[in-house]
Design a binder for this molecule. Structure first.
Ligand code: SF4
Ligand code: SF4
Ligand code: SF4
Length: 305
């Protein structure tokens, strides 16, 4: 295998030809922040937070897309790099709800982590703000597009499944947003609630409804469990707080197959610690009923009588 040698932060590094600067730096133990980068759909280069300084280059280089080359001299945290990352974060936060105190993603949010690392407190930019309607139409997934940073990881991961492509970037400029066909609510789209998009969203734009308001990220424990509803054997995370199951989460697609809806429903029932409440649809609304009514026992008894 042919290799290239370069210098990263003063350290001589040799990597296989074709390796991206991002992977070369991470492999050598250096930190580079990423938001849109996804190892399953690389070369996107949308957010630019991963820029590095390459000696002799005219501008900062997106390390997720640039290949390492012989003799390159790279700095991953030079003053110019840090300044650029701060500006990118300020621009994102200028149009982002100041919602960390109550956001379900707090504690596991890359935007929050990077703002902390680069000491970005108060955005220096004013102007128009996004005002998208909160979409809680899907029984499993909440969508808050006001928190979306347009990294398109959800779009790419949904499209990666043949014939799926339920969501895409829609509109232009300031109005750009992730939307379903005809910008319908998620429940009215062809979404199969697999949760792949939620597992790759780096911020709180996509979250699981079952966990909403139930736990802070640092309070939960995850246990890997294998679904036995079919022979595919999908693995997923059972999420517990204080030993009690509060929901089921799809794993990142890079860690295996995501859960299908059958698996999600079956496993949520399997691990549900709450007593089950039967629901029946009456006048287009689900209402809680007794088990006797749900199982049709009253009708059977009356017919027998
Ligand atoms: S998405 Fe991240 S940065 Fe935004 S409110 Fe939630 S925790 Fe804070
Ligand atoms: S839940 Fe699955 S099908 Fe629905 S939008 Fe997300 S990735 Fe696509
Ligand atoms: S919803 Fe999440 S994953 Fe999708 S584009 Fe927005 S921030 Fe990225």
């Amino acid at each position: 295998m042919s290799t290239v040698s370069l210098t990263i932060n003063g350290l001589e590094v040799t990597v296989p030809k074709g390796t991206k600067l991002l992977d070369a730096a991470l492999g050598a133990g250096f930190f580079i922040p990423t938001l849109c980068h996804d190892e399953n759909s690389p070369n996107y280069g949308g957010c630019r937070i991963c820029v590095v300084e390459v000696k002799g280059a005219r501008a900062l280089v997106a390390s997720c897309c640039a290949e390492a080359a012989n003799g390159m001299v790279v700095e991953t945290e030079s003053p110019a790099v840090v300044e650029a990352r701060k500006t990118i974060l300020e621009l994102m936060l200028a149009n982002h709800p100041a919602d960390c105190l109550t956001c379900d993603k707090a504690g596991n949010c890359r935007l929050q982590d990077y703002a902390f690392r680069y000491d970005v407190k108060q955005p220096n930019f004013g102007g128009e703000r996004k005002d998208h309607e909160f979409d809680d139409s899907n029984p499993y997934i909440n969508r808050d597009m006001n928190k979306c940073i347009l990294c398109a990881r959800c779009v790419r991961t949904c499209k990666a499944v043949t014939d799926r492509a339920v969501i895409d970037l829609a509109y232009r400029g300031f109005k750009t947003k992730v939307a379903t066909a005809l910008d319908a609510k998620l429940a009215e789209s062809l979404c199969v609630s697999c949760g792949r998009c939620v597992s790759v969203c780096p911020v709180g734009a996509l979250t699981y409804r079952s966990f909403s308001g139930k736990a802070r990220m640092w309070e939960v424990e995850k246990e890997q469990v294998t679904c036995t509803w079919c022979d595919a054997g999908c693995q997923f995370d059972l999420v517990r707080k204080d030993g009690k199951a509060i929901g089921v989460a799809a794993k990142n697609p890079s860690e295996g197959r995501p859960l299908c809806l059958k698996g999600r429903l079956g496993l949520e029932l399997r691990y549900n610690d709450e007593p089950l409440k039967p629901m029946l649809k009456k006048d287009d609304q689900f209402v809680e009923v007794s088990w006797t009514e749900a199982l049709g026992l009253e009708e059977i008894v009356s017919k027998l009588k």
